[in-house]
Design a protein around this ligand. Sequence first.
Ligand SMILES: [Zn+2]
Ligand SMILES: [Zn+2]
Length: 218
Amino acid sequence: MAKAKAKAPRRTLDSYTVKPINITVKPGDCVLMRPSDPSKPSYVAKIERIESRGHSVRVHVRWYYRPEDSIGGRRQFHGSKEVFQSDHYDTQSADTIEGKCTVHSFKNYTTLDAVGNDDFFCRFEYNSSSGAFNPESVAVYCKCEMPYNPDDLMVQCEGCSDWFHPACIEMSAEEANRLGHFFCEKCSSQGQKKVKSSDHGTRQSEAKVETKRRKVMK
Ligand SMILES: [Zn+2]
Ligand SMILES: [Zn+2]
């Protein structure tokens, strides 16, 4: 009997309906999965394959890591809904699936009108053994030279197109929201110089847009 049970054939399924929540998942779907520690937030994963064996259904997944689960930990510029696509594959019981979710590209995420509970974004691939990120460097903004955190309010300078945190330019969030036009400190002082020697100032600010500062992720 035991032998026959062990030999239950494995079958790859095109989809599977998780009974208690009545949600059908397919390979390629991103899902939230119940963590073994209930105090932790749900795991985020992409389903690679669904396999049934007898009565049990297992999903082969590729994990998305939350910043706090990475070797470097959560950094100031990490968004609250940021996840990293990891190289960590796993097999889990399909019944730990709690629901579907969407992992957006960074660009798409920043254009969402409203961010739901099941919306996440990913801009980095993460190597779970070395802690390295791909891409290794990201564009940085503001006087504080931070990568963009989509949760933070930022204002854009009309001169150099750089983005600034209101706090870094001694402005309150309310002031920033009311702002019609904004020129950063550098551009407003260049603007004053421009009155004296017009040619110079213009060329300088044009060049600045081209030079994207980048920072290496550690
Ligand atoms: Zn700043
Ligand atoms: Zn500027």
